[in-house]
Ligand binder design. Sequence first.
Ligand code: PMP
Ligand code: GLN
Length: 389
Amino acid sequence: MQIDSKLPNVGPTIFTTMSKMAVDYQAINLGQGFPDFNTQPDLLALVSKAMLDGKNQYPVMSGILELRQVISQKVESLYGKYYDPETEITITSGATEAIMSAVLATVRTGDEVIVIEPSYDCYVPAIMLAGGIPKFVQMSPPSAQNQNFSIDWNKVKEAITNKTRLLILNSPHNPTGAIFDAADLDALESIVINTNIIVLSDEVYEHIVFDHLKHQSLASRKTLAERTFVISSFGKTTHTTGWKVGYCCAPASLTKELRKVHQFVVFTVPSPFQHALATYTNNQNTYLSLPNFYQEKRDYLTAGLKQTKFIPLTSPGTFFLLADYSNISDQKESDFSIWLAKTHGVVVIPVSAFYSNPDHIDSNHKLVRFCFAKQGTTLDEAIQRLQRI
Ligand code: PMP
Ligand code: GLN
């Protein structure tokens, strides 16, 4: 049967496509962002224990209270903002479901939503399903003055109209690794203050920030926190991307609306994982040790790429880094990534895939994204293959 698609431009995601290529060409997969090592045995033991203890029936819709309490304490100690676990914190099926629920709960037909490009892939389909209109603002690419992508807040301001309902932000930023500093939050505050704009802040890499820099959560500013869905994910923090446990902290008025959607999209999130994560996250070291752990891997891949024709860019956050391939090829990023997988057996993600118009010249900077959440042996093998180019 032919039906009129609600998402005519959506196909398999770039992550699915490139991971399939890794299998097809027996390539090293530094594309899709997931660790190729296991999580901590004590976390696995906590999941087994929860199952054996009978924590196998529906937990409450908003997530088990113990987990919401642990998140509340963590967020308050890190960012100085108290969220009431009863009314302001919701456990979601990964950050993806939190994003979908927040967008569906707030965006109406014809509302405009500002999306910063390059952007993570799930924002625009959520806006389309809600009947909203994405308004794209492109980040400034790296330059002699600034080694990473950055947001020109004047452009954000110019994109705002009386139809702007929501502004979607992401720091630490996938795919560029850029992070907000205090000046970014100042600029954002001055733009949204005295407006009715709601903000969705995707902070899934909040604990993966390097070089002793500090994650600037939107929760840390009162004027921002009172209008923001702050969304995060245990997938990144505990090396368990396949468990799909995320959460959203937001003022009670926003949380109430988010939960109305969450209740009917998934109702709730698997119980044993929630119990295990509540106990595990009580130990601060589980997330405070992440910067050192991943910085070592970032530095290892950066040093390896310096032995190749790629030019690695700095990555202050996330488990991704970008590298320039202009010394190797003039191809556009998608063609280069396919060539690299087929010819040299290494899978990466073209940064252009994170733009609404991937083939446009402004979306192609001869940059590809490498994921370094990998074992040393995996990174070694990839570097050896890349050295042969
Ligand atoms: N936002 C960003 C920026 C991400 O990189 C990811 C995941 N990889 C998500 C959201 C989705 O997180 P989850 O897997 O918890 O749904
Ligand atoms: N967030 C992961 C990435 O950026 C992918 C998640 C997914 O495949 N949906 O690579």
